[in-house]
Design a protein around this ligand. Sequence first.
Ligand code: FMN
Length: 359
Amino acid sequence: MSTSAFYDPGKTYDDNFDDGPTTTGREVKDNNSGEPSFSFLGKKLYSPFGIPAGPLLNSDYIKYAFENGFDVLCYKTQRSIPFNCNKFPNVMYLDVDGDLTLEKAEKPQLGLLSTNKSEKELSITNSFGNPSRGPEFWVNDLKKALSYQGKGQLLIMSVVGSIQDDFSEEDYWDDFAYAAELAANTGVQAIEINLSCPNVATEGVLCYNYDAVIGICKRVKNKVGGIPLIAKFGYFSKQQQALLEKIIKDTSPYLAAVSVINTISAPVVNESGEQALPGPNRLKSGVCGASIKWGGLDMTKRIRQIIDTNSLELEIIGVGGVMTTDDFKEYRTAGADLVQSATGAMWNPALASEIKKGL
Ligand SMILES: Cc1cc2nc3c(=O)[nH]c(=O)nc-3n(C[C@H](O)[C@H](O)[C@H](O)COP(=O)(O)O)c2cc1C
């Protein structure tokens, strides 16, 4: 397959940040025309499709993605303080056959620096740890990114809290609200909170902690006022169904949408069976791409049912393993109001244009 992606896994995060996006040769300038006919969060859109938080590192990437017809973009998750990236490499190809079920994800998965998989079958692991150059950089850069948002397009800002010295649990929750407030002051029209990063060992995956989820959503909503708020969740197992229902119902007064899913965590090893990604606490990392589509679809269906049964006013962003137009359609049928693709879009910048042909 073509190994060319607009985020180049062979380069460091900083090199991608400073020099990217990498041109893949498959770019399609997409000029939206006519009147936008889809809607999400009350905004009119040319398509209910885009790129979730992650592959778009700064305003240069946002410009590139809007120009290639991805209409709903998320700026990569940022913090209220500068924070280093995990050590290189941050992206590896994974040799997964079929679905990465929860059972399979308990077992070591082989991480590779190249792959023979076709683009549609591609799975990777990504492990960055929510790096941030801090608000001194991103607040102004977000304003620049907003200047690229055209008619019928939407830019969402993703933020996360940071545990700092002497912080109580509540200080940590307040830091989500502070980061969201910094974003709100830029004029951005939607804010997402990342409650599901699997790659920062000390911070953990928050979305399974009921008190933390409610505490954070309440605090953030209080700061962002009328700006629609989105929470990004990971996969909830069938055994966690009651918790999922309670979280969806009890966060709905604060949220306009939920985004599901982030990645599915698995141990990633090299050919000798040792931890593949360097550094402490990096044996397990988030898997994304084709092998997790089952998880995103399953969560979309389960949340759609919770919303419908309880008449909640909540929209769903379906994420995970969208590599083709058919995958997009499957998510829409499952009940997603909006669909986003990270891995699929990185390796195929023409994906939005292909999907729009079938709308
Ligand atoms: C390179 C890369 C970086 C990512 N960084 C973030 C991030 O900063 N915040 C976040 O909420 N999700 C992040 N993700 C997860 C994606 O938003 C998405 O939930 C996940 O990759 C599943 O979608 P996919 O199968 O289309 O890749 C990242 C994913 C990739 C591939």
